[in-house]
Design a protein around this ligand. Structure first.
Ligand code: HEC
Length: 116
């Protein structure tokens, strides 16, 4: 019966781990509605220019650790022409609302760079 008991213990440990994750997510001050995994996938379009480290480089601004609404609003403003930038206009036009929210969730969840 030792094996069964070990399995039960492992199951219980797994369950406790899972519920702990839920609690952590529920307590996050900036809950994202976007799909982070989709955002991570889509971020391959962005990271050729924008650094995942959150550092600005070569005239490319940092885009990590922003609140979701702000990120979404900025991408929208490139889309509707309120902000005029050739590169970002082209890119934003390719993104659906769901994809923008996913990117907001992914980039927003990245830590800002530590100031040296
Ligand atoms: C070819 C390079 C390039 C790529 C690829 C690119 N960007 Fe940008 N992005 C820029 C530049 C340059 C700016 C600054 C534009 C401006 O002055 O308004 C910018 C600005 C931004 C801003 C506003 C930053 C601020 O501080 O106001 C956001 C948000 C952003 N990009 C998100 C993205 C996302 C999300 C992707 C991928 C889907 C992406 N970018 C892909 C070059 C790029």
């Amino acid at each position: 019966m030792g094996a069964a008991r070990g399995l039960l213990a492992a199951l219980l440990a797994g369950l406790t781990g899972a519920s702990a994750t839920v609690v952590v997510l529920a307590n996050t001050p900036n809950p994202s509605k976007g799909d982070k995994e989709l955002g991570e996938y889509l971020s391959s379009m962005c990271v050729g220019c924008h650094q995942l480290s959150g550092r600005a480089s070569g005239g490319i601004p940092a885009i990590v650790a922003w609140p979701d609404e702000q990120f979404v609003a900025v991408i929208q403003s490139y889309k509707d022409g309120t902000r005029d930038n050739e590169t970002m206009r082209t890119i934003s036009h390719r993104l659906s609302q769901e994809e923008i929210e996913a990117l907001a969730a992914f980039f927003g969840g990245l830590p800002p760079p530590k100031t040296p």
